[in-house]
Design a protein around this ligand. Structure first.
Ligand SMILES: Nc1nc2c(c(=O)[nH]1)N[C@H]1C(S)=C(S)[C@@H](COP(=O)(O)O)O[C@H]1N2
Ligand SMILES: [Mo]
Length: 169
């Protein structure tokens, strides 16, 4: 092999090595709005997976128009699918403990993320949800897809002002 090939190989090797960490979770550039703790295989900060709004926006999401007990008339929630957030974090477990800023928490079976189009809504009618409007994120069930979900069992799991999701084995 000619000596002139070596720099090219070095560049290719560097490119391959640089590409591998891209599969892991990026570092948040903006304020952290969600922390996933517990069984997390893709941590990006102190063993946990932290997300800013841009990271959540980059994930496959859903927008859904629906009525809820907390809103007036039909509204549109949008945000990443919960299962995509969990996948990005490498979360593996049987249940989730969803903790809110106000101290409320709810236990959510992993199947609610995997078998349902639950979203971690970050926007209400296109506007970023602030703490004042039940943000920075809210667990929204697909009430528009399945009206049988419209009951107290799922209302109690509809945690708003989410701070942290704990993944339990
Ligand atoms: N952050 C947060 N989310 C929450 C709650 C809460 O207190 N804080 N209450 C839960 C319960 S028990 C129910 S039934 C629904 C509806 O609560 P509301 O009737 O007080 O609006 O929201 C759920 N999500
Ligand atoms: Mo409730």
């Amino acid at each position: 092999m000619g000596a002139h090939m070596k720099p090219l190989l070095a560049i290719l090797l560097a490119a391959v090595l640089a590409a591998s960490p891209a599969a892991a979770l990026d570092e948040p550039k903006g304020p952290v709005i969600l922390t996933i703790v517990g069984v997390v295989a893709e941590p990006n900060r102190d063993g946990s997976a932290v997300f800013d709004l841009a990271m959540l926006d980059a994930l496959k999401g859903r927008r859904a128009k629906m009525d809820t007990p907390w809103t007036q008339g039909e509204v549109e929630f949008s945000g990443p699918l919960l299962r995509e957030v969990l996948k990005a974090a490498g979360a593996e477990g049987s249940r989730l403990l969803v903790h809110a800023l106000n101290g409320y928490s709810a236990e959510v079976p992993m199947s609610d993320a995997l078998a349902m189009d639950t979203i971690l809504a970050t926007r209400l009618d296109g506007e970023v949800m602030t703490v004042r409007t039940k943000g920075p994120s809210m667990l929204v069930y697909p009430f528009d897809q399945d009206s049988s979900l419209f009951n107290e069992k799922y209302f109690a799991r509809s945690v708003w002002q989410i701070k942290q999701i704990e993944v339990v084995q």
